[in-house]
Design a protein around this ligand. Structure first.
Ligand SMILES: Nc1ncnc2c1ncn2[C@@H]1O[C@H](COP(=O)(O)OP(=O)(O)OP(=O)(O)O)[C@@H](O)[C@H]1O
Ligand SMILES: [Mg+2]
Length: 246
């Protein structure tokens, strides 16, 4: 699986979308390349979740074209696991496309090895900490042959230290199982540590204010110069440096 060629990508071409009389997206263009990790930041209500819903095919645009090559999995902010299923059963949901029971069991085991939750296989989600639940969610999303991960503030409900750890965890998992990722966050540190490219969005109707490439190798520490410089640029673009605050 590690050597699989990832030829897929995501494309939004001239996409517009309104809810009733309220325009949310206007003439938005976005290309996500194979294996790229794109982070979207922007003010609350500007349309970030809407963009993920368009990319997953969950909603249709008013105007424009969307193209998607590959199997999409989504990771939400919290509580994406089915509470009535054990961790093992939840992760197995991501393996339904594997018909061979032996292969399914092997894949399940390798996912448990990856996320280090072996001892909690038969526990229910409410018996796990928030960080453990998000690890199980990640495993489910990475299970089988998915190609694209759409992540909507996946770590924002976690405490600060767990959030920091989860960033390293995600980088490690993607190293083992490469995916094309579109990741929404309000957390500028997270954006600077994880992204190959950051898209800074404006208020509604949303446009892309800036695209920022970050080429430093991963994992990146919060104190790396590239991370600090990227954070400064994002904060500048969002207008939240001290000179802009009255
Ligand atoms: N199903 C819907 N019906 C009507 N309006 C909607 C619907 N979904 C979203 N909206 C509106 O569209 C706008 C964009 O919503 P969206 O959830 O995409 O924002 P967001 O950038 O993800 O916000 P946040 O950062 O708070 O999660 C908001 O003003 C929201 O109220
Ligand atoms: Mg949202």
């Amino acid at each position: 699986m590690k050597d699989k060629k990832y030829a897929h990508r995501l494309l939004l071409q001239n996409v517009s979308l309104s809810y009733g009389a309220m325009p949310v997206l206007q003439h938005l263009n976005l290309t996500v390349h194979s294996g790229e990790f794109v982070v979207i930041v922007g003010p609350s209500g500007c349309g970030k979740t809407t963009i993920l819903n368009l990319l997953s095919g969950h909603i249709k645009p008013g105007l424009g074209v969307i193209s998607r090559e590959g199997v999409v999995r989504t990771v939400y902010q919290q509580d994406g696991l089915f509470p009535w299923l054990t961790v093992s059963e939840n992760i197995s949901m991501g393996l339904r496309s594997l018909k061979d029971a032996v292969q399914r069991e092997k894949e399940l085991q390798s996912l448990f090895d990856l996320i280090h939750l072996e001892d909690f296989k038969n526990h229910y989600p409410h018996e796990l900490s928030g960080g453990m639940r998000q690890r199980a969610e990640l495993a489910r999303a990475l299970a089988g042959d998915s190609d694209i991960l759409l992540m909507d503030e996946p770590f924002s409900a976690l405490d600060y230290q767990t959030r920091l750890r989860m960033r390293y965890e995600l980088v490690r998992l993607l190293e083992k199982r490469p995916r094309t990722v579109v990741f929404v966050t309000h957390d500028i540190e997270e954006a600077a540590q994880l992204a190959d490219r950051v898209l800074v969005l404006s208020k509604r109707p949303t446009t892309i204010l800036q695209e920022l490439q970050i080429s430093a190798p991963k994992p990146r520490d919060l104190t790396d110069n590239e991370v600090i410089n990227a954070m400064k640029e994002i904060l500048e673009r969002l207008g939240i440096l001290k000179e802009n605050i009255v």
